[in-house]
Design a protein around this ligand. Sequence first.
Ligand code: PBG
Length: 322
Amino acid sequence: MAFPIQRPRRLRRNDTIRRMVRETLLSPDDFIYPLFVVEGRGVRKPIASMPGVFNLSIELAAEEARQAKSLGVPAVILFGIPQKKDERGSGAYDRDGVVQKAIREIKSAVPELAVIADVCLCEYTDHGHCGVIRGQEVSNDETLPLLARMAVTCAEAGADMVAPSDMMDGRVAAVRKALDEAKLEQVPILSYAAKYASGFYGPFREAAQSAPQFGDRRGYQMDPANAREALKEIALDLEEGADLVMVKPALAYLDVISKAKERWDVPIAAYNVSGEFAMVKAAAAAGWIDYTRVMMEILTSIKRAGADLILTYHALDAAKLL
Ligand code: PBG
């Protein structure tokens, strides 16, 4: 039975009816807000490719975290940029490293806000890769204990969740085991399970000063052409003990989010990454699109695809509108 009996426009006639039949509703509860923390005081250094995003010294990051909380955003994820980088990324697992200090300070300033620690070495190594280098390659197994140490030091500092983003094989198991041995068995793991080798991370690498100094990340991050492999990565991470899993980036991978959501009964996160944010900001600055409208449409699409949590630099802008 079709037209003229069926007239879908009947349910679009005015805003009230459209609200009644709306399938996807965004809420500030959906968002996780990324922060880039640096050493020093009073530092608020703009990231050129990410208007409105800054490298923040710890006390200013705490202020930003307080604002997130007051807008109803439940969590932040922290990326630390150390003063000194070295071959083994030792700043990543130093008890007094920049991210560990930031976790302590933010948790004491805004205790109800969840603080998630991104666990990866790339912001801390002088070569910019996510692990220890052997020859021209990142050594998987030599990297695992360092990631595990980073996760434990962050959880000891008070992180509510740890989020390994390095794409080494076996890192979820290594992190889980180390947390459990440190009596941190209650700390959940949000694994960047399906993380693609993506051109959309460009602006992040400016913000975190983490561009690889040679080669690229294709030897450990996933090939953008593969969706079934993403399901395998997620399955392995869940077997190893991940509590939540992430697909990253979000927009070019909505199909992967949707497949993951159908297949598993665990919370699915999606990372609306720096390049996705930068494109919207740039087009809006040129007057080519309406920033607010496009931002909300994008965030809605990520949720509609199946994401339960959305990591996004738009978190505060969007929360203000909701
Ligand atoms: C790795 C990490 C990256 C991002 C989050 N965690 C960068 C990379 O893999 O190069 C990218 C986030 C973004 O682009 O917004 N620590």
